[in-house]
Design a protein around this ligand. Structure first.
Ligand code: ACO
Length: 363
């Protein structure tokens, strides 16, 4: 028995494969470097959903339906009230997504895919006292999300950086949130319920909640020279270094390289980013050295979250919104996995080993 279900195969999937020994991610027959930076998010979502949704149209029509769904979701923005604005963005967005009717069809799929891309920027603007910006159904999903955040049409390379991110995180085997989504799907509960389960599992710091604290770490370290003493002190306190280590990857997470490349491309046109990147690289070098001494038997390398933090910060998202941007991409994977599980018709119901006391003998 393994508390973390390590090495347990709990699903057959055609969606993605994670080779932890070689550091290779395959999504529907494409390696990550064939799609990240090359395909738009909506096209990867369409690819993932292929064969899993009734009446799935061609990719261009699907993208148009997704654009229309963004406009439909915008009608939910008034439900972001002051009580929700007091919550972290992930919780506020999740509460509004819970208003979307459960279903298994294309309409439900496009609404759920559209929801975080529309609701997160609206939430962040309302929190700053700014008016939400309506979506443009004709824009790409990534460009529209940034436009709704900033009010400006993003340059192609900036929209491309968000697209690279969303594609990079779209699916990743049977990670904790995807498993949660599949468990709920297996009860025939519906896709909204599956996505809510995914959101709830993703937000923990051991999964998708790490990149926010990474910004706090970089700010705390502040200079490349301070990386080593800061990390030594954190590990001495028994803290985990956010952005390092992975259950499956025993080598470098290939998604880290895809995102670092996107950060590098953005750095060329930025006055702040080169300095931030230099600091992050110094932290990475120091962390790898120190973690190696700290846990000689467990290879601990950079994971997807480390450069996510830099990328999303450069795109203008506040640190407490990073997990909700992650969810914007991962919803594609949750939906495809939920449908794949639903089509098996099989309830996921493992067993537990009882280790509690036996009932007292009757007198
Ligand atoms: N910093 C310090 N020590 C670590 C770290 C880390 N980042 N990661 C693992 N360790 C330690 C563990 O504490 C454990 O020590 P112990 O045996 O003394 O208790 C040892 O290394 C072995 O850990 P594993 O069992 O190999 O780690 P596990 O598979 O349970 O955890 C996880 C993987 C949760 C990602 C872990 O590496 C971690 O907490 N990292 C920091 C949080 C993080 O970056 N999360 C994002 C993950 S990526 C994603 O989900 C999208």
């Amino acid at each position: 028995m393994s508390q973390g279900l390590d090495d347990v195969i709990a699903a057959e999937t055609r969606l993605s494969s994670v080779d932890g020994a070689r550091g290779v991610l395959v999504v529907k027959g494409f390696s990550l470097d064939q799609i990240a930076g090359h395909k738009r998010f909506e096209d990867v979502a369409w690819l993932l959903l292929g064969g899993l949704i009734d009446a799935l149209p061609d990719a261009a029509t699907f993208a148009a339906r997704l654009g229309a769904a963004r406009r439909e979701i915008f009608t939910l923005v008034p439900y972001i009230d002051d009580a929700l604005l007091a919550l972290p963005p992930m919780d506020g967005v999740r509460a509004i997504i819970a208003r979307i009717a459960d279903g298994e069809d294309l309409v439900t799929v496009t609404r759920l895919l559209a929801a975080p891309a529309v609701l997160l920027p609206a939430f962040l603007r309302r929190r700053q006292g700014l008016a939400p910006i309506a979506p443009d159904p004709s824009a790409s999903h990534a460009a529209d999300m940034l436009h709704m955040l900033t009010g400006e049409t993003p340059p192609a390379d900036v929209a491309g950086a968000l697209d690279t991110y969303l594609v990079t995180v779209a699916d990743h085997g049977l990670n904790a949130s995807t498993f949660a989504a599949r468990v709920v799907a297996s009860t025939w509960s519906g896709l909204t319920s599956s996505v809510l389960a995914g959101l709830a599992a993703l937000k923990g710091p051991l999964h998708g909640g790490a990149p926010g604290p990474i910004i706090a770490m970089l700010d705390g370290i502040a200079t490349p020279e301070n990386a080593e003493p800061w990390i030594e002190a954190a590990l001495a306190r028994g803290d985990r270094l956010m952005g390092f280590g992975h259950r499956i990857y025993k080598v470098r997470d290939p998604r880290a390289d895809a995102l670092k490349a996107a950060v590098r491309r953005m750095a060329a046109g930025s006055s702040v980013l080169p300095g931030r990147l230099k600091l992050a690289e110094a932290v990475e070098r120091a962390a790898l050295r120190i973690l190696h001494d700290h846990k000689p038997d467990r290879p601990l390398d950079v994971n997807v979250e480390f450069y996510t933090a830099l990328l999303l910060e450069a795109l203008g998202f506040p640190a407490d919104a990073f997990t909700a941007v992650f969810a914007t991409g991962r919803t594609a994977g949750w939906l495809a996995h939920a449908r794949e599980q639903r089509l098996t018709g099989r309830l996921i119901r493992p067993q537990s080993a009882y280790v509690g006391p036996a009932p007292a003998e009757a007198a």
